[in-house]
Design a protein around this ligand. Structure first.
Ligand code: C2O
Ligand code: CU
Length: 467
């Protein structure tokens, strides 16, 4: 799959000169060390990607000799990577072979409301049931899919997968891969720790066993000097990944809603649950040496997220001679700041309460708990300005279904560099102003905290965009 992309990029950017260029490297290191399975496209039409997807119980082997009772799409964790070109139609013949109901939500895709896989979009697919998802992929970028039913358990057990939508102007790299981040919370006997409990329902399930592309700390062979592109997805329940790669700087190309206006150099990357980052790394590790991608501690509030650095992937450089570095990526995209002048913001508060006597924790959006929530009215074609107000001390990553938004200000400080996002971090006691302009896709759209235990606890609301 990666080869296909390289050939395409060559054809577009270098024309016939490409054929003479010897291959510099390749993604073989990732394919061997942290493999993902490509989805099988059964449709001969190059503009249609048609796949069969089955959710079923599966034994998930996450390390040599270590496995759990998982759930998987087409038998693998993560599920198959769906690859397409912007504008393609995606058709998914879905079958639920679990013994509980499920749906598939296409996180970040701007699709029709009845294809969103959310509680207001479809009834859950019962055990043995089927559903056909069919929509076009309007945006380039990295997206993902996951259930919107019993999220804490179905996703912890392995139901998630990545979607890569390529544009016409992709940068030249030596190797490209998807990197899906997760963690497992295991009991001392290496089975899944029981679900629930007050601490987990409150802080979210942040497991101590790091998972990358379904494996514990895989080792990936790389070559000194090669340029790698990583499309990173945070599929974890609660952890905010603060990623570091010692001795390296990331060139961030984009995030949830595709490319940024210009690439940006970053020493660390931050991904809240649900977030994506698209970055390139020029491998600086010397031949025979290893550098580890790490998750650094990140306080989420109430003492959550404080741990010693966790090694996620070992990148070991081969003894091949170093490749000369590629020139910096100069790719630009015009992102016009949305005009929010004169628009009265809609305030949306997020709060939580914990009752030690009854051992219960409750989450609130505007003082209400899903499903007993008052929909937020919005109008197609009109710019919406929402003030997200976190009234609690804990981070609640905010996710809006169906539309990308811009962050306008954080705690009253204007954000000059606009990007398109569908998931952002809303820090403890923070106030974030966002803006978006819903196009013609009417319907009831969800928004919620992407800590899965908080979704289950009711921290979810609905935007009523009419019919
Ligand atoms: Cu990825 Cu409603 O979520
Ligand atoms: Cu939350």
């Amino acid at each position: 799959m990666l080869l296909r992309w390289k050939v395409l990029a060559c054809a577009l950017v270098l024309g016939s000169a490409c054929a003479a260029e010897p291959p510099r490297a390749g993604a073989a290191g990732w394919a061997a060390g942290a493999p993902l399975h490509p989805a099988t496209d059964t449709n001969a039409d190059p503009t249609v990607v048609e796949i069969d997807l089955i959710a079923a119980p599966a034994r998930w082997t996450f390390a040599d000799g270590r496995s759990i009772d998982g759930m998987a799409y087409n038998g693998s964790v993560p599920g198959p990577v769906i690859e397409a070109h912007v504008g393609d139609t995606l058709i998914v013949h879905f079958r639920n072979d679990l013994d509980e109901a499920t749906t598939i939500h296409w996180h970040g895709i701007r699709l029709p409301n009845d294809m969103d896989g959310a509680p207001h979009s479809q009834s859950p697919v019962p055990p043995g049931g089927t559903f056909e998802y069919r929509f076009t992929l309007p945006d380039e970028g990295t997206f993902w899919y996951h259930p919107h039913a019993n999220e804490p358990e179905q996703m912890e057990r392995g139901l998630y997968g990545a979607i890569v939508v390529r544009g016409d102007d992709e940068p030249i790299v030596d190797a490209e891969t998807v990197v899906v981040l997760d963690d497992l919370s295991l009991a001392t006997d290496d089975t899944l720790a029981p679900f629930g409990g007050l601490l987990e329902m409150h802080g979210g399930r942040e497991g101590a066993t790091p998972i990358v592309n379904g494996l514990v700390t895989p080792t990936v062979r790389v070559r000194t000097g090669e340029r790698q592109r990583w499309r990173i997805v945070n599929a974890g329940s609660a952890r905010i990944y603060r990623l570091a790669l010692p001795g390296h700087t990331f060139q961030a190309l984009g995030s949830d809603g595709g490319p940024w206006s210009t690439p940006a150099a970053m020493d660390e990357l931050y991904l809240a649950p649900g977030d994506r980052m698209d970055v390139v790394v020029d491998v600086g590790t010397a031949a025979g040496e290893t550098t580890s991608l790490t998750a650094e501690p990140y306080e989420r509030g109430h003492g959550q997220g404080v741990y010693a650095p966790i090694e996620l992937v070992h990148l070991t450089a081969t003894n091949d001679p170093a490749l000369p570095l590629l020139p910096a990526i100069a790719r630009t995209r015009a992102i016009e700041p949305l005009d929010v002048g004169g628009i009265a913001p809609t305030q949306i508060t997020f709060n939580e309460s914990i009752d030690a006597a009854t051992m219960t924790v409750t989450f609130f959006v505007n003082g209400e708990t899903y499903p007993a929530v008052t929909p937020i009215a919005a109008t197609v074609g009109q710019t919406q300005v929402w003030d997200l107000v976190n009234m609690s001390g804990m981070i609640h990553p905010f996710h809006l279904h169906g539309f990308f938004f811009q962050v306008v200000e954080r705690d009253g400080v204007p954000v000059d560099e606009r990007t398109w996002e569908d998931t952002i971090e809303l820090r403890g006691m923070e106030h974030v102003r966002i803006a978006f302009r819903p196009d013609d896709r009417a319907g009831m759209w969800m928004f919620h905290c992407h800590i899965l235990e908080h979704v289950a606890g009711g921290m979810m609301g609905v935007m009523d965009l009419g019919r």
